[in-house]
Design a protein around this ligand. Sequence first.
Ligand code: PLP
Length: 370
Amino acid sequence: MQEPYLLTPGPLTTSRTVKEAMLRDWGSRDGAFIALNTRIRARLAELAGATGTHVAVPMQGSGTFAVEAMIGTLVPRAGKLLVLVNGAYGKRMVRMAEVIGRAVTAIEAAEDQPVDIGALDRALAADPAITHVAVVHCETTSGILNPVGDVATVVARHGRRLLIDSMSAFGALPLDAAAIPFEAVAASSNKCLEGAPGMGFVIVRTDALAAARGNAHSLSLDLHDQWKGFEANAQWRFTPPTHVLAAFGQAIDEHTAEGGVEGRGARYAANCRILVEGMRALGFRTLLPDGLQAPIIVTFRMPADPAFVFETFYDRLRDKGFVIYPGKLTVADSFRIGCIGRLGAAEMEAALAAIRATLDDMGVRSGAPA
Ligand SMILES: *Cc1c(COP(=O)(O)O)cnc(C)c1O
């Protein structure tokens, strides 16, 4: 049986060749594996336009581990973090700072609004204790695209440092260190780069990382120490997720072959367009206006038709080979459908056909919300 397509925010559908790259065991001290790591680290820095100024430091675990390593290592114990929050992942960074024991403050916007640049400007002017600002690039909670360029400009003007969670955007939406001054950006193997889950990475200014020695709250999540390990012998300090790295090397080659960030972003934008147009034709409404929507994951408002029961809709779509995602919003009842992973126009059209058939089976006349 064909395995289901994952129309989710990750882990995602990967290519057969990425999966096949995991059919081999690697010795973690072996020359070929060391060369693979070096190649991946160089390519990640290159993707951020950060070769020479920044280094890419991979971290075992899911994306959250990389974000926590970034905050715990780069925000000094006497520092203070301001987090721009408009969804669950911004809130998670606030929680991390609290757990780690860093002074933290937040500016909250509604989940269907971008982060507030004016409020950021005022907060930085009012509070000289703030050393770092953190923002989520695409807030996966809603699928909204945050204006990271404008955030970076304001943060730089106030002489503070910017940390970006670009987990669900990196590799598909441009993020160029020369245009957007950031101290660090965190992402992972299993979102827009279409690898297997199991590692994150942080691309961080070399001077800032060098100065961060001794900051970390944790041995295993110490990004400085992890970096020093790679610098010393190009090896991981502790057992690396070897199969994940093998798959990631293949995934990065496929990303390059597709035309890099531009090519990948164009395919996702086309997927998103097909999805949104098809769903609107069935009466569904997106949470966000098109101008705020990132081509990553789309939030739809829950239909008002009493025949629509989300759990039934989900199960029947799953039986037809498409896995969607529940909503995570506090502002409105909703569900989400992703447009990332190894999916193209044919798969998006097939998903829409399955949605149409499911609505017919359920006797739902329209996807229109109340
Ligand atoms: C997926 C994601 C993360 C990390 O999630 P993990 O489940 O730890 O991989 C962090 N931030 C954003 C914006 C994400 O989309």
